[in-house]
Design a protein around this ligand. Sequence first.
Ligand SMILES: [Zn+2]
Length: 237
Amino acid sequence: MSDLYYDLETKELLDLTLEDQASAIRSLHFSIGVTWCECHKEQIFYRADAMSEHVLAHDRMIGFSCKQFDNAVLAYNYFLARADMPPPKQEKPRAPKKIDKFEIPPSAEELKRLFDGRTFDLQIDLENRVGYRLALNALAQGTLRREKQGTAALAVIWYRLAAQLKQKYAYALREANDSEGADRAQELGAYYQQRLETYCATDVQLVRQLFEYGAQNRRVFYLDFDDERHNVKVDWR
Ligand SMILES: [Zn+2]
């Protein structure tokens, strides 16, 4: 079985005060995604359609809090990205895109269901065992003695800074004949882009290491709010 670990970031922060979280998640825009699998190693994606096609070439998708969040963002953004593509030159209708023996389903709801059917969500599995939702950081600290590097809010800020500096300000400065300033804006934008990519890739590695630890040791650990370490038995394979 080919396993793929994945995580993605969005251009906007999810508003947790909204009552309808599912629809709030559907409206978020994909910024970047990272996957890791034995067969392709680490891959970074800038488009949801390319990432969707890559993940579907694998039998199982392993993530953290990914069923409700990542799978919805990926499925809805797949169709946004496709709609952005230039229209095909030929007149005849395009055949549905085939992934191995699969066709990409015609709607985002169905695509999300396809992802969900292949997904093993570590947060949901652990919630079923302990009765509440654990944070990835609490598990990374308890099990791997490592900490998450950033936050979802920082990822949104890094994305915006990178996009604005590189696309808007570098261009504007160059137009105004400040080429040194334009180079600086470009460099700083690249720096924030790198922070964003590293953050996302690190979370993918944490999920992978957490899963591998659990599969090997039949348990994982988390730190509670008092920094006490607790163990959870798992039967991951
Ligand atoms: Zn692969």
